[in-house]
Structure formats: structure tokens, C-alpha cells
Design a protein around this ligand. Structure first.
Ligand SMILES: NC(=O)c1ccc[n+]([C@@H]2O[C@H](COP(=O)([O-])OP(=O)(O)OC[C@H]3O[C@@H](n4cnc5c(N)ncnc54)[C@H](OP(=O)(O)O)[C@@H]3O)[C@@H](O)[C@H]2O)c1
Length: 403
């Protein structure tokens, strides 16, 4: 993590957006369009949404557009015809987009697919604004080690980590007692255990405060998102799991709190709008003006905090255990969770089976001795694949643990 001390420098200028067609990517685009004089766009990438990618590239005046799925190349090329924007397809093209010269790369691909491109940006020494939390969950030690070796600045986009990053500027690291991540509690915060178990896809996708992609919205409903963020915070801030707490804060106004050893709690507050942390990263160490609506304190009835219920929402407990076990366990956790969420969204798995499948996969992986910490992106991806296949087998066998 960079120091938050020192003079404000010059704002980053050349930006690349990995995952430009996604929720974070589109919020980034909105900010860039409103601050055209401060930024120029080098590369934009997507997986398969050629039309959306071409639109983003044209709107932003990007130089290079890379689409991961080769089958989408034709559509991208024709949507870009008549422009000077270079187009390419395939995973290697996305990695190239990440590695092309830029001042800042917005790493906002979803899932483990973001590992290799994000690492390419880190290896190049480009400042990386990291939204793709899976990089830190799957191979956090490796990513932080390589960033340190290359002198790469990593800025946290996730609202909670961005809040902690801002609050950490209030004191010395040696004076920090603990970090507190807040969680909205998701749509099922007040539901009974039985109602949570039987929650439908439609209900789980209805987040009370945030508008996000489907995967992260389901993760918010299970509280696995907070588990992933716990792992993310551990790596970003080099803080042991025991010194990171989670509190449910349904209003989603206080995003993160740093408790110092003199009893001071320093928090970052803001409207629940990802454009605020994204703009903090784009402008850092300066600030962009008016990225989102203002938070009107006089309209807030109350700010409440409560400990998470780990019985109704076991995913957070499972993630903490995986972090404490360390080595490859968080990688397995993430992969199993991706499989479980995809199965849930496809209607093949119940809501309660999401954490059950993750835990069963972790147990199976431990029994197979898959405990090694990934030493490279390739090793992380290999472990990710193995964990996915274990999770897939458990699902296909309709394992008793899932019912
Ligand atoms: N959304 C939020 O508010 C939020 C908040 C905090 C952190 N995050 C994190 O930020 C990341 C992005 O989240 P999101 O909500 O923006 O996701 P999203 O809306 O699903 O967008 C994902 C983006 O990644 C691209 N992509 C997906 N798979 C890919 C692949 N295999 N190769 C290359 N590109 C691929 C997608 O392209 P296509 O459109 O072509 O599929 C899209 O541009 C996630 O790690 C999430 O946990 C999100």
C-alpha cells in the first residue's frame, strides 16, 4: 500500500479499464467522461460484450479494445469500423491491454479471470486500482509481494478497503489497534433462518443499498462478500485476521473504520455509490469534484452497528477460517464460491447450499492435501480449476452436505 503522507502529486492521466463493460467499468467510464480534461484512455477490455465494449471505447476515445472471447472479435471489429481504435481478441489480448503503457489500470474484471491481466499491470509497475478482489483472495500474498518488488502502487477500489485506506491516513500504522469492515447485511438481514435457507434468486439479487453485478450481489446476500473482503483487507493492509472485525451496518454510510490505540475511531462516510471510491482512486492523491450525489447528514435518521449472525450467514465464518488456515485455502474458497453462486443463479442450487458447497469443497481439498500457497498466477489458476472441479463433482453428486 502506498503511504498516504506527502504532497498531493499530479493526477494519473492515461487510464486502462479492464472489465470496461461491467458495473465498476461503467462507473469508471461515467467519471472519465465527466473529467475528460484530466484523463485519456489507453485500453478497454471485456469478455464477450462486443457492442458495449465498442461503445465504451468510442465514448472514451480509447486507443485499444480487447475482447476475451475470440468469437466476439468480428462484432467488435465491425462496431469499431470507421474509427482508429485498434481491436484484438483472446485472453492474451486482454493481458496486452493491461500491460500497455498507462498511468493507472482499473482492474475491474470479475472473478479469477482477472488474475493474469492484473498481474501484467503490476509487473509493469503501473498503478493498479484494484476492484477485482479475487486477485487478493486467490493469491494475495503473491500479488502484494510482486507489487512490492516492482514498486507498484495498489489502490483499493472496494468501498470498505478504500475507506480503510483513507482512514489509515489519520495515524501511524504502529498505532492501529484494529480495522473494521462494515457490511450492509444484504437483503436477508432480518429474515428468519428458514426464510434465508429458502431465498430465491430474485430475492437475493435485490440488494437494499448497492447496485452491483450479479455475482457480487449474491455474495452480499450470503455475506461471503464480507468474507472475501476480510481476506482482501488482510493482504492489502498486512493485518492479521484477528485484528480485522466486521460489523453489520444496514445504512451503508460508514464504509470502514480504523481504531487507533488511543481509543480514536476514524471512519470514512459517503453515499453508497461506487463512484466515490472509484473517483478516489482515479484522482489519488488529489480528489475529483462531485463524483456522486452528496451525503445529506440531516436526512440520516440513525447509523447502527451490530455483530454479524454467523449462524444464519455461515459464509463469513467459513472465509475467516480459510484465511486463518492460509496457504491455498482462500483460493479454494473463492473457486468453490464462484461455482456455488453460478449454480444458484442457474437455479440448480438453493441459497443455503452456497456456503455448504464452499465448506464441503474446502474439506475435500484439505483431505486431498491441496494446501500449498500459490507461488504464481499459473499455480493459483491451477488450484482454482481443481477446486472448481471438486465443487462441480460435489454438486453433480447431489452431495448430502448440500441439503
Ligand atoms: N460492482 C460493485 O459495486 C463492486 C464493488 C466492489 C468490488 N467489486 C468487484 O469488482 C469486480 C468487478 O465487479 P462488477 O460488479 O463490475 O462485475 P460485472 O458487472 O460482472 O463486470 C465484469 C467485467 O469483467 C468482464 N469479464 C468477465 N469475465 C471475463 C473474462 N473471462 N475475461 C475478460 N473479461 C471478463 C466483463 O465483460 P463482459 O461484460 O463482456 O462479460 C465485464 O466487463 C469484481 O471482482 C467484484 O467483486 C464490485
Amino acid at each position: 500500500m502506498p503511504s498516504t503522507d506527502g504532497d498531493p502529486g499530479v493526477a494519473p492521466r492515461a487510464i486502462s479499464i479492464l472489465g470496461a463493460t461491467g458495473s465498476i467499468g461503467m462507473s469508471t467510464l461515467d467519471l472519465l467522461v465527466r473529467n475528460r480534461d484530466r484523463f485519456r484512455v489507453q485500453s478497454v477490455t471485456a469478455q464477450r460484450n462486443a457492442e458495449g465494449l465498442a461503445k465504451a471505447a468510442i465514448t472514451l476515445g480509447a486507443r485499444f479494445a480487447a475482447i476475451a472471447q475470440p468469437a466476439a472479435y468480428g462484432a467488435l471489429k465491425s462496431a469499431l469500423s470507421g474509427t482508429a481504435i485498434e481491436a484484438a481478441a483472446g485472453d492474451e489480448a486482454v493481458i496486452e491491454a493491461a500491460a500497455r503503457p498507462a498511468d493507472l489500470v482499473m482492474a475491474s474484471i470479475s472473478g479469477a479471470a482477472g488474475l493474469a491481466p492484473t498481474m501484467a499491470a503490476i509487473e509493469r509497475g503501473t498503478t493498479v486500482a484494484i476492484a477485482n478482489k479475487e486477485c487478493l483472495v486467490c493469491a494475495g500474498a503473491l500479488f502484494m509481494r510482486r507489487a512490492a518488488a516492482r514498486g507498484t502502487t495498489i489502490l483499493p477500489v472496494d468501498s470498505e478497503h478504500n475507506a480503510l485506506f483513507q482512514a489509515l491516513g489519520a495515524g501511524r500504522r504502529c498505532d492501529v489497534r484494529r480495522l473494521i469492515l462494515t457490511a450492509s447485511g444484504g437483503p436477508f438481514r432480518t429474515w428468519t433462518a428458514e426464510a434465508v435457507r429458502n431465498a430465491t434468486v430474485e430475492q437475493a439479487l435485490r440488494h437494499p443499498n448497492w447496485s452491483m453485478g450479479a455475482k457480487v450481489t449474491i455474495d452480499s446476500a450470503t455475506l461471503m462478500n464480507k468474507g472475501l473482503e476480510l481476506i482482501e483487507a488482510h493482504h492489502l493492509f498486512q493485518t492479521p485476521a484477528r485484528d480485522i472485525d466486521v460489523f453489520v451496518h444496514p445504512q451503508s454510510i460508514v464504509h470502514g473504520i480504523v481504531e487507533f490505540r488511543d481509543g480514536s475511531l476514524v471512519a470514512q462516510l459517503g453515499a453508497p455509490d461506487m463512484r466515490i471510491p472509484i473517483s478516489h482512486c482515479l484522482g489519488w492523491p488529489e480528489r475529483l469534484a462531485e463524483p456522486a450525489r452528496w451525503l445529506r447528514l440531516e436526512e440520516l435518521a440513525s447509523l447502527t452497528f451490530e455483530p454479524p449472525d454467523l449462524v444464519r450467514f455461515p459464509a463469513l465464518r467459513i472465509a475467516r477460517t480459510a484465511l486463518e488456515e492460509g496457504a491455498g485455502a482462500p483460493t479454494v474458497l473463492n473457486a468453490a464460491n464462484e461455482v456455488a453462486v453460478a449454480e444458484f443463479l442457474a437455479g440448480r442450487l438453493g441459497f443455503a447450499a452456497i456456503p455448504a458447497l464452499v465448506e464441503a469443497t474446502l474439506d475435500a481439498a484439505a483431505r486431498k492435501g491441496m494446501v500449498r500457497e500459490p507461488a504464481s498466477v499459473e499455480e493459483a489458476l491451477a488450484l482454482d480449476r481443481t477446486a472448481r472441479s471438486i465443487a462441480g463433482e460435489l454438486t453433480a453428486s447431489a452431495s448430502a452436505v448440500l441439503h
